[in-house]
Design a protein around this ligand. Structure first.
Ligand code: NI
Length: 172
């Protein structure tokens, strides 16, 4: 397992729609292992493949609280097949936009259709933080970031901060 570098916004790869996965082999399992390693190390509760520069429709998530046992989940080719009218507002962050948080309102409950690592079709009903997380990660696979829900002024301010951060990283 390898910790992969996480791409920081702005980057064209974070704005692109990822490709459907059609090959369910051991390299896909290896990719998901690396994604978990990278996510837990960050630490974060979700990571989409595009955030490590792999343009495929897969994300990993683990929303278990610290005192709970880990709950690693892999979603491949996921789509939201149903969402509630009731909404939930969460102060979201993103590993590709470090240390920036803002409120995003999304459907409170969603049904997600996806495939597992063996390619088997599965469905999951998600609520609370899990619903927020799957919608945030599916957005990533469609080239959308949580800051796209904010005002253009806020988005520009955050993007400028990230450009500065990236210049500082390069200098180190
Ligand atoms: Ni994110």
């Amino acid at each position: 397992m390898t910790i992969r570098p996480i791409i920081i916004h702005p980057d064209p790869r974070l704005k692109k729609k990822c490709d459907l996965i059609t090959c369910f082999d051991t390299s896909l399992k290896d990719l998901s292992d690396d994604m978990f390693e990278t996510m837990y190390n960050a630490p974060g509760i979700g990571l989409a493949a595009s955030q490590i520069g792999v343009m495929s429709q897969i994300f990993v998530m683990d929303c278990a609280l610290k005192e709970e046992k880990p709950n690693p989940l892999v979603f491949i080719n996921p789509i939201v097949s149903w969402s509630s009218e009731e909404t939930f507002t969460h102060n979201e962050g993103c590993l590709s936009i470090p240390e920036q948080y803002d409120d995003v309102t999304r459907p409170a409950v969603v049904r997600v259709s996806y495939q597992n690592l063996e390619g088997k079709a599965s469905k999951s009903l998600c609520e609370g933080i899990e619903a927020t997380c799957v919608q945030h990660e599916i957005d990533h696979l469609n080239g959308k970031l949580f800051i796209d829900y904010l005002s253009s002024l806020k988005r520009r301010m955050i993007t400028d901060k990230m450009k500065k951060l990236k210049r500082e990283i390069v200098r180190k």
